[in-house]
Design a protein around this ligand. Structure first.
Ligand code: SF4
Length: 708
């Protein structure tokens, strides 16, 4: 008799913030056939090269399959779960007793499921009493979060991907969407085909996205806020200005306009400030003013900046001024980097947040304390990622639990991070893989965590859409979900009752209930429609956009068309950016080093590095430089060059690229010591951060380059 086909499972891609739906059909041998899920509204059956290669990356050859505990001899050795968990609980208790809860920190990841994130935040902020819980999302989009909070009073993305289908103009700022959000870019291209949508790309680099633009503005590094201030001054004089929206739904317009007029009164002044051609700036201003259906997408070139929050607010100002907010085909749109960057924020994944988008006001602290029955509620914001690792380096934080991220590669000044990790009294690492650069920093305990294909829970993409990640593979070896390990440690610390979850559905229900707790429409994040969701309905959960308050389980596609912001007076805030000049680099570091992603790799390659197909796209770490910068330095295409900054050095293959702005370099972030002996660029990147968001400026480190 023919064998029955194994059932397909609908899940979500674990890479970028587009959050594409994936249909996985296990082959019964540990592998799976992966294809796009046509029913998923975010992706409608599409997958990019990385998503399509997921089936090649689910083998066990690199996996951590058992807990490891460091013995008296200094070596990590396999240990039973109970021993590993006892060691963590005892180590935490020791540090808390000797130094207080503020000596404990958690460093989480946009790769975690929302339920894992929730468990870590509840344990840390409610039951240990430390708010030093930050995440690699700090490196990704925290400037957008901070800008949205200033502008909207909340961490909200007003629109949907559907608005890209309906837009006549898409402005992409600091975004190489063609490589970094490929399926969304395909959707933008489809809009262009269907309705003639025009693209403006604002980026110092001539990227694959810029190559498809109707207008590319290769502005000087750090001047995005000046460009949008110039645009605001222009819009105020144009027929696009929506006086009624500004009057009825905003405050601060006059001050923002005065500031914009002082810095960039017209296209000529804006062009000078941004290092652009005046005619191009004038064309951009006219296009924006004349096109009602405009979506402005922004990503890491905006966020990863010392002035990232101001850049976001400068963009929001232009949408407030035109009333292009939350209406079909219009609005500002933050493209998040990671699959669950938004889900982490929903449960308090940033050090300046509590769960359900609450902050640290006394009322919010008290509300969360009462909901959790928390005995040791953190009452103040914790340290953000860069400051957290600096505190570890100074010996002020003595216990750290890292989950699903590789800070020894990805944080700025990464060699300093590595040194800091080695000095901890307790270093716990929850990981999928056995070997990476962070695992090489002497953790005391390594816990084997469930990976994509095994995980069971939810993630939220860039358009506020919550989707399920469902398992289609059995947990291998002694692998466990992160939430389970956290609950086990909580029980050992005396808090078993508050962490008695049978599975992810229990956590999701609790999280949904907290989002609606004492929330009469005053907070943006509300999914209380699911506070009593049955296990079977959680299993079948179809993607939905929050807010989904009680009685509205179908979710919400757009917000703010009629105001209703989450500020105390329900009005949006214009924010005048601080005046800044373009970033300049001088000898001995005369170049500006910009770091970022390439098309076919993800983060530190622990998964994508397993696919030969993906590896063949760009097989080795490189540095891009303009040919006219390369020639006088004797740098030849394909030869090796040494890149150095005040903080570190790397050796990379030279790629001459006429799309590279003169005086700038670009290098990818993906390679590490685990994958290359010389291509790790994290040590070079300066640890300068945005003063509002704390997000590192990974796009503008002064650097030097010479033949190797
Ligand atoms: Fe995955 Fe992003 Fe590619 Fe979609 S676009 S398949 S979410 S990496």
């Amino acid at each position: 008799a023919p064998l029955a086909s194994p059932p397909s499972v609908k899940t979500t891609c674990p890479y970028c913030g587009v959050g594409c739906g994936v249909k996985a059909t296990p082959d019964g041998l540990g592998g799976a056939l992966v294809e796009g899920d046509r029913d998923h509204p975010a992706s409608q059956g599409r997958l990019c090269s990385k998503g399509a290669a997921l089936g090649e990356t689910i083998g066990l050859s690199t996996r951590l399959l058992h807990p490891l505990v460091r013995g008296a001899d200094g070596a990590l050795a396999r240990a039973p779960w109970d021993q590993a968990l006892d060691r963590i609980a005892a180590g935490l208790r020791q540090v808390i007793d000797a130094h207080g809860p503020g000596a404990v920190a958690f460093y989480l990841s946009g790769q975690l499921l929302t339920e894992d994130y929730y468990a870590a935040n509840k344990l840390a902020k409610g039951f240990i009493g430390t708010s030093h819980v930050d995440t690699n999302s700090r490196l990704c989009m925290s400037s957008s979060v901070a800008g949205h909070k200033r502008g909207f009073g909340s961490d909200t993305v007003p629109g949907s991907y559907e608005d890209l289908d309906a837009a006549d103009l898409i402005v992409l700022v600091g975004s190489n969407a063609a490589w970094c959000h490929p399926v969304l870019f395909r959707r933008m291209e489809a809009a262009r085909k269907a309705r003639g949508t025009r693209f403006v790309v604002i980026d110092p680099r001539g990227t694959e996205t810029a190559a498809e633009a109707d207008l590319h503005l290769p502005l000087a590094h750090g001047t995005d806020a000046l460009l949008f201030s110039g645009l605001l001054a222009h819009l105020a004089e144009s027929s696009a200005f929506d006086a009624a929206y500004v009057r009825d739904h905003t405050t601060g317009f006059e001050a923002a306009l005065a500031s914009a007029r002082a810095a960039t009164p017209d296209a000529a002044a804006t062009a000078r400030a941004c290092g652009l051609d005046e005619a191009d700036v004038a064309r951009f201003f006219a296009l924006f003013a004349d096109t009602a259906r405009t979506v402005t997408c922004y990503s890491q070139g905006v966020n990863q900046s010392a002035v990232g929050t101001d850049k976001v607010n400068a963009i929001l100002n232009c949408h407030f001024a035109t009333g292009r907010m939350g209406r079909e085909g219009m609005g500002p749109f933050s493209l998040t980097g990671q699959p669950n960057a938004m889900g982490g924020r929903e449960v308090g994944g940033l050090a300046n947040q509590l769960a359900a988008h609450m902050g640290f006001s006394p009322e919010e602290v008290d509300r969360v304390r009462r909901f959790w029955g928390a005995p040791h509620m953190a009452t103040h914001e914790g340290l953000k990622a860069v400051d957290m690792f600096a505190a570890i380096g100074r010996g002020e934080i003595k216990a750290l639990w890292v989950m699903g991220t590789n800070p020894a590669v990805s944080l700025p000044e990464a060699d300093t991070v590595r040194t800091a990790l080695a000095g901890l009294d307790l270093f716990v690492l929850s990981e999928n893989v056995l070997d990476n650069d962070t695992a090489a920093c002497s953790p005391h305990v390594m816990l084997p965590a469930a990976a994509w294909g095994e995980k069971d829970g939810t993630v939220t993409n860039s358009e506020r859409r919550i989707s399920r990640q469902r398992p289609f593979l059995a947990l291998p070896g002694e692998v466990k979900p992160n939430w389970w390990a956290l609950a086990q440690v909580a029980a050992r610390l005396g808090h078993a009752d508050a962490f008695r979850w049978r599975g992810p559905a229990d956590i999701f229900r609790e999280h949904a209930a907290l989002s609606g707790f004492e929330n009469a429409g005053t907070r943006d994040f509300d999914i209380s429609a699911y506070a009593e969701i049955a296990d079977a309905a959680f299993q079948d959960f179809a993607p939905v956009q929050w807010p989904a308050p009680r009685g509205r389980a179908q979710g919400t596609a757009r917000l703010f068309a009629e105001g209703g912001y989450f500020t105390p007076d329900r009005r949006a805030r214009f924010v005048a950016p601080r005046p800044v000049a373009a970033v300049r680099a001088e000898p001995p570091f005369p170049f500006i080093l910009n770091t970022g992603r390439i098309r076919d790799q993800w983060h530190t390659m622990t998964r994508t590095g397993l696919s030969p197909r993906l590896g063949s796209h760009i097989p080795a770490p490189f540095v891009a430089i303009h040919p006219e910068d390369a020639a006088p330095l004797g740098l030849r295409e394909g030869a090796l060059a040494r890149i150095s900054s005040a903080h570190g050095a790397a050796v990379l293959e030279v790629k001459t690229d006429a799309g590279q702005k003169r005086g700038t370099l670009f290098a990818p972030i993906h390679w590490s010591e685990a994958t290359s002996s010389h291509g790790r660029v994290g040590p070079l990147v300066h640890a300068v951060t945005d003063p509002v968001s704390g997000q590192p400026d990974s796009k503008a480190t002064p650097a030097a380059i010479a033949p190797y």
